[in-house]
Design a protein. Structure first.
Length: 307
């Protein structure tokens, strides 16, 4: 039998089986007399097949196969785990959001270790590119991916402060808001146990219909070529798991923050890939003119926003 390594971080990215699900898997494998799905391994460490390996250890007479993959670092391996799990059909919305967030965090770290471009004038990897790719792969948006990253960090911080709560969150046994979960990671270590415990409290439902936050609608003018280019950073970013569900103001604030960060990184990417935008005086003045609208918008808010 192969002596394979179980990495707790890798294992914990995979939604665990219930006792009944594990027993059924074991019964099926013993009935077949073999493990038909290969164990996926990187550098001697299991990426997929932890439950099958546990059954193999209990029944060493079983035949099985090992498929080995190659990655440059553990972050690439973590990204693969998340992508592989996202291919499952029986994920809860919370599990999907967590895995998307974990993939985003892993790929940011994988890119962070290789900050030197291999070809002259080739743009460096950016968080914007990473988010765009993940959003495309998962049929979500860049702002959703960014919020999923915050959510995943919050889930892990809550689990560290209050072991066992991660499973409750990801299975939907408790349904805290996305903002409340993310807030755990942003808090200091001494505050996290209290915030994690608060996630178990049911949401307040005493508000009348008139007191509930109302959906926000935006009127859009006919798109010009310039607007089309930046359309992705102007879209409403309050996408939730249930589109018809009303969204609280704090979630809207997180979405606005995500879009501003995304816009800034997108500009950095454009300036890096097209340096004449800043080196050529004519283009630079046009860039400044365009961005003055943001300054004017801030002044409008400071002076009291009215439609």
């Amino acid at each position: 039998m192969d002596r394979l390594i179980i990495d707790p971080e890798f294992r914990d990215k995979i939604p665990p089986l219930t006792e009944d699900e594990f027993s059924l898997l074991e019964e099926n494998i013993l009935s077949d007399g073999a493990v038909f799905s290969p164990l996926i391994v990187w550098d001697g460490t299991i990426l997929d097949g932890h439950n099958r390996y546990e059954i193999i250890q209990k029944h060493p007479e079983l035949t099985y196969a090992v498929h080995r993959l190659s990655f440059a670092n553990r972050y690439e391996a973590l990204s693969w785990i998340c992508k592989n799990q996202l291919g499952r059909r029986n994920l809860t919305p919370q599990q999907k959001k967590y895995l998307i967030g974990q993939r985003y965090e892993a790929e940011k770290m994988a890119h962070g270790g290789e900050r030197v471009a291999t070809v002259q004038n080739e743009p460096l990897p950016s968080s914007h590119k990473t988010r765009a790719q993940i959003a495309n792969d998962t049929s979500t948006s860049e702002s959703y991916v960014m919020r999923a990253g915050w959510y995943a960090q919050g889930v892990d911080a809550a689990e560290e402060a209050l072991p066992g709560i991660k499973q409750e969150i990801l299975t939907g046994a408790i349904k805290p808001t996305e903002t409340a979960v993310a807030a755990v990671a942003r808090a200091g270590p001494e505050e996290r146990p209290k915030l994690a415990a608060a996630l178990k409290k049911p949401r307040e439902s005493g508000k009348s219909a008139s007191e509930k936050p109302q959906p926000i609608y935006h009127k859009s003018a006919p798109a010009s070529p310039r607007q089309s280019t930046l359309k992705q950073i102007r879209e409403i970013s309050a996408e939730m798991e249930h589109p018809k569900e009303l969204v609280a103001e704090d979630s809207i604030l997180r979405s606005i923050e995500a879009e501003i960060v995304s816009f800034t990184e997108l500009c950095d990417h454009f300036f890096q890939e097209y340096p004449r935008l800043l080196s050529d005086g004519r283009y630079k003045q046009e860039v400044i003119r365009i961005m003055q609208t943001m300054k004017q918008y801030i002044s409008k808010i400071e002076g009291g926003y009215t439609e």
